[in-house]
Write a protein that binds this ligand. Sequence first.
Ligand code: SF4
Ligand code: SF4
Length: 184
Amino acid sequence: MFIFILKKIRNTIIAIGTIIRSIYLVGLQALNKRETILYPDKDIYLSDKFRGKIVLTRNNDGTERCVACGLCAVVCPVNCIFLQKNEDDNGRWYPKIFQINMARCIFCGFCEEACPTLAIQLTKDFELSSYNRNNLLYKKHNLLVSNTGKYHNYNFYQKSGLLKTNKCNLKCKNKLVDTKSLLP
Ligand code: SF4
Ligand code: SF4
C-alpha cells in the first residue's frame, strides 16, 4: 500500500513537471521571431534555383528560340511534353504544336537542361492550381513568352555553325560554316 502511494506521488510530480516544461518551451518559442509569412499579401522568398511554371522564351530580336528538336520531350521522365515541328521559308524548324501537360509535370528541370537553345525554362511562378484539369494542358500560346527569360544574351544561331580560329580577325568572325561538311 505504502509503495502504491509513493508511485502515485512520483507519477503526479512527473506529470506536473512535464506540464511546466511544456509551458516553458512554448513560452520560449512565443518570444522568437515569427516564421509565418502572410502569403499572398506578402511575397515569399524563392531561390533562383526554384523550378516552377515552364515557359518558352525568345531571342533578343524577338524570334522564337525553340527549334522543335524534341530533346525536351525525349528526356522528360513523365512524358508530358508533346510537340510537332514545322519548317519556315528559310528551312528553320519551329514548333507548330507545343504542349505540356502540367498535371503530370514533376518540375524536375530535365527539359531545361536538355534544351540546346535555352528556349524552355522553368520560372519561379508556382501559382498553377486550377479547378479544371483541362486548364493544366498548356498549349504553345500559354507557354511562349515575349522575353528572353533567365538568359538574356544567348542566341543559338549566333553561337553554332560559326567559323572559329585561334587568330580570328574581323573577316573570319561570324563566317558561317556548312555543318554538313563536318560530318565523317
Ligand atoms: S520539368 Fe521535368 S517533368 Fe516537367 S516537363 Fe520538364 S522534363 Fe518533364
Ligand atoms: S524547347 Fe528546346 S529541347 Fe524542346 S524542342 Fe524546343 S529547342 Fe528542342
